[in-house]
Design a protein around this ligand. Structure first.
Ligand code: PLP
Length: 357
């Protein structure tokens, strides 16, 4: 019940133990097509360039920045937690001139802040973290996407923690580049980073003046492997792709709407139980994530002692606060397979006992 990885369904683990095919085997190639098709449904997009990058969520982040940025490009990044900060670092390493739009940790990035930052600027990218895992806040992005496009910029979105547990609508929100990770609400082990690029983003990536600085993450090369040509680029992590195929199949069997409702219901159950214990959620009211709950540590309680007791006495893992929230919150994950009422009840019972002691 931490900030990810989440629990993995037995059928996903079984899929990983199947014999390893070659990365150009016709059966594997057919499976790649099914993964792409299922990812398009989960991302709610028709984007042709939708596939899993080999690597964790951070590889998805790097992929998105390295393919669009050329040295000297201007980028605006919303920073309201760890992962916005990481985006800044990645963009700067690509040679971008970055303007940070900052909100206190736990709060969202407001469209008015982005509008202000766009005044007199024509950046290439506006980048936002949808679900900030370090704080439990969900930034609504439709308005920000519109502002970015009005300014002639591309809109880039991190959905590592939102995809599969909260609505993500790539085409409706006109997101140009999006990445996620497998280990949160998709309930697959860590190791792949689903990405999707709009035609507009693809055009920018293919018409660059300079080569993409990363050979491994160059979408122009990866397109030949994940597209129709099937030219060898790197040896795909076969077993991870089996796992993602099965995890996506489970997401679609449940249905996106039902999955989102389940995440919401279990968040509300947790919140009700926390209120009964006199506890509350620290992130901005009205923008609290269902899948990552930042629980305020009460006065006089040592957060690490409680976290260790949860792990040692009840085998329940929760996350600690990071940065300015260190020592102030517990991060309770209800992601994918972990989002179950019985987990919420067990957690609340354990927490009640520990706090009483
Ligand atoms: N972005 C967000 C919002 C995350 O929560 C994480 C990981 O927790 C990442 C990016 C980086 O993903 P990974 O740790 O899989 O590389």
């Amino acid at each position: 019940m931490g900030p990810g990885p989440s629990d993995v369904a037995p059928s996903v683990l079984r899929a990983m133990s199947l014999p390893v095919l070659g990365h150009l085997d016709p059966l594997f190639v057919a499976m790649m097509d099914e993964i792409k098709a299922m990812l398009r449904v989960v991302f709610q997009t028709k984007n042709a360039m939708t596939f899993p990058v080999s690597g964790t969520g951070s590889a998805g982040m790097e992929f998105c920045f390295v393919n669009l940025i050329e040295p000297g490009d201007e980028v605006i990044v919303g920073v309201n937690g760890v992962f916005g900060g990481r985006m800044v670092d990645v963009a700067e390493r690509c040679g971008a001139k970055v303007t940070k739009v900052e909100s206190p940790w736990g709060k969202i990035i407001e469209p008015s802040q982005i509008a202000e930052a766009l005044k007199g600027r024509r950046p290439k990218i506006v980048a936002i973290v949808h679900a900030e895992t370090s704080t439990g806040a969900l930034t609504p992005v439709e308005e920000i996407s519109k502002l970015a496009h009005q300014a002639g910029a591309l809109f880039l979105l991190d959905t590592v923690t939102s995809l599969g547990g909260w609505p993500v609508r790539v085409d409706e929100w006109e997101v140009d580049e999006i990445y996620s990770g497998t280990q949160k609400c998709l309930s697959c082990p860590p190791g792949l980073a689903p990405v999707s690029l709009s035609d507009r983003a693809m055009a920018v990536a293919t018409n660059r003046k300079t080569k993409v600085q990363s050979w491994y993450l160059d979408v122009n090369l990866l397109a030949s492997y994940w597209g129709q040509e099937r030219v060898y680029h790197h040896t795909a992590p076969i077993s991870m792709n089996y796992a993602l195929h099965e995890a996506l199949r489970l997401v679609l069997i449940e249905g996106l709407e039902s999955r989102w409702k389940r995440h919401q219901a279990n968040h509300e159950l947790l919140k009700k139980g926390l209120t009964e214990l006199g506890l509350s959620i620290a992130s901005q009211p009205g923008h609290q994530l269902w899948q990552l709950n930042a629980v305020t540590v009460p006065e006089g309680v040592d957060e690490a002692t409680v976290r260790k007791a949860l792990l040692n006495d009840f085998s329940i893992e929760v996350g600690a606060g990071l940065g300015p929230l260190k020592g102030k919150i517990w991060r309770v994950g209800l992601m994918g397979e972990t989002s179950k009422p019985e987990h919420v009840e067990t957690f609340l019972r354990a927490l009640r006992g520990i706090l009483k002691k």
